[in-house]
Design a binder for this molecule. Sequence first.
Ligand code: GLU
Length: 304
Amino acid sequence: MKMKRFVSVALTVLMLLPILAGCGAKTEAPAATAAPAATEAPAETAAETTAPVALAEDVQKIVDRGVLRVGVKNAVLGFGFQDELTGEYSGMEISLAQKIAEYLGVDVEFTAVTAATRTELLDSGDIDCVLATFTITEERKKSWDFTTPYYTDYVTVLVEDASGIKTLADLKDKKVGVSSGSTSAKALVKAMIEAGVLSGDGFDADSFDPATWTDGVSFAQYDDYPTISTALSAGEVDAFCVDKSILAVYHTDGRSYIDDKFSPQEYGIATTKGSGMSELCETLITGWLADGTIDALIAENGIA
Ligand code: GLU
């Protein structure tokens, strides 16, 4: 084992001592195997003074595998963006994923996800966590764990200038393209109700379904954002609604945002409910919020 990786694992173990002590899903591995790096540590290193600690079973599995598998976006500039030529990923969420892997002393592997696929991939175990402009909602918290938010965005609407649409009121009776599995349609209807554009009769936040909503605005749902952008150019939809961070790459010449932005979207890392990964990610994110790491990543990526 390389020194760098050893130090990284030892740091993680030290950092997690408080939460691991109280963690239910622990492996019963003996001390020698619980923190793999410790078995190969030179006698004079910090490992000698590190108490035997068991990693949560799911986190241990990642360490044993040597790879942290993360679901990320591949077309959201500043968050998760893949260079088509080099295949390289960049953005704040990419850096955060790399830092989690670094703490575990493992490599990182990215899987491009969409709003529609990210939870399936997490549930099936294909990925260990999701860092993909994933908005924390009460409803989603019933199915997955989310960390404290690392970024807050807003929802807005992109239109072709030629449409003349400039405000929420102008969206009355229009057809709006949204991504399946996203918060966008509900956020827009709520904003239109709050702005007095729609009456709100028949709106129930818990049972709202973009596929059947036709009262004053309607929706077409797509699997990915490039397809919505194409649909907007083709006039298949009158507007494209989602978080401003996601819309940025589609904001090309001849297109504009409407004047309104609404519905704060707090992004968190999503993990399997009750997992060791949930505790690990929460500890790391709160630490990085407190020590300025997250602010620095926001500034570096030009997304302040
Ligand atoms: N952030 C929003 C959501 O989680 C928009 C969808 C997306 O992230 O792709 O629903």
